[in-house]
Design a protein around this ligand. Structure first.
Ligand SMILES: [Ca+2]
Length: 330
């Protein structure tokens, strides 16, 4: 269980005192390591379909005989991205609780750390399985997030907490950030076309406008466990005009289905889209994929004129738009 702020300070002070007694170079913490984190600085929102969690201060409530659960989800999250965690219980539940365990704070022991607060989500009707969507701020001040989930039955009895440990992959953010996350060992690709018509994707990772694909995953079914992709324009660079977001199912790599989430952050205006792919995938290159959204940016530098090369597909893009299917794993 997370400690309250008060308990945390006491524990940290005690550990500090212990540390200064040792005084050696291997001291586990320094004053700058003292945690002063609030859960809302790590997780922006928690949702199940249209139900949104409230964030509450203090320690998450203790288990009291409610349903046991299993939790599954990606082992990697990105700043500015999303995580879909599937919570399954053997009996119906009508509330979900989420917090981040203190050992993420890099203190010497789990007991010494703490992150204040928890999310409480009340469902409109009982479920036995729920996809819990977490979203993250554009800056996450930790390299790991150890989530703890629990559910309460319709009478309010909370069950034991179950964990989901993740590593934070640090990606670029800016005036425009588009992230893609998915839930299977398949190769999904994010494509964004900028206002000049240049498409940023795996075979054209940087655009003249400053757009960049800086995280690519499961390329050619070379499974890396990341299951996130990110395309961003730095602050002050994203041109004004129309952006087109597509997601391509390059290959199923042998899995039956892939659920994905796309988050578009255009100057702080955030939209989230979800979908499912089945089939084997199309090994698509430039211009491929399912249309997710088209959005307009009204500020920023003028876009370069759309040129014939971009419209027709440049020789460079064609020449580099290759990836080779490697060993579907089923
Ligand atoms: Ca990919």
């Amino acid at each position: 269980m997370p400690r309250t702020r008060h308990g945390l300070v006491l524990a940290a002070s005690a550990l500090l005192a212990l540390t200064s007694c040792n005084g050696g170079p291997d001291s586990p913490i320094s004053p700058s390591d003292l945690p002063s984190l609030d859960l809302t600085s790590l997780v922006s929102s928690v949702e199940v379909a249209t139900a949104r969690a409230a964030s509450r201060p203090g320690a998450a409530p203790a288990p009291a005989g409610g349903p046991e659960i299993t939790v599954s989800g990606n082992p990697t999250v990105v700043n500015g991205g999303t995580l879909s965690a599937v919570v399954a219980a053997s009996s119906p539940f009508q509330a979900v609780y989420v917090y981040v365990e203190g050992r993420s704070v890099s203190l010497a022991s789990e007991a010494a750390g703490g992150i204040d607060g928890y999310f409480e989500l009340r469902l409109p009707a009982p479920l036995t399985t729920a996809a819990v969507l977490l979203t993250f701020p554009q800056a996450i001040p930790l390299s790991e997030l150890d989530f703890r989930f629990a559910v309460a039955d319709p009478s309010g009895a909370i069950g034991p907490y179950a964990g989901l440990s993740t590593t934070v992959a640090s990606v670029g953010t800016g005036d425009v950030q588009v992230t893609l996350s998915w839930d299977a060992d398949s190769d999904v690709d994010l494509h964004v076309v900028d206002p000049s018509g240049e498409e940023v994707y795996y075979a054209n990772r940087t655009a003249a406008s400053g757009g960049s694909l800086d995280l690519d995953s499961n390329a050619g079914c070379s499974i890396d466990g990341v299951r996130n992709e990110n395309i961003t324009w730095p602050v002050g660079r994203a041109p004004r005009g129309e952006y087109t977001v597509r997601v391509d199912y390059w290959s199923s790599c042998g899995v039956d289905r892939t659920n994905y989430t796309v988050r578009v952050n255009a100057g702080g205006s955030v939209q989230i889209f979800t979908g499912t792919f089945t089939g084997s995938g199309d090994q698509g290159g430039r211009g491929s994929g399912t249309l997710i959204t088209v959005f307009e940016r009204t500020t920023g530098p003028a876009a370069a004129a759309r040129d014939a090369t971009a419209a027709a597909g440049s020789a460079t893009a064609v020449a580099t738009s290759t990836k080779t299917l490697t060993s579907p794993h089923k």
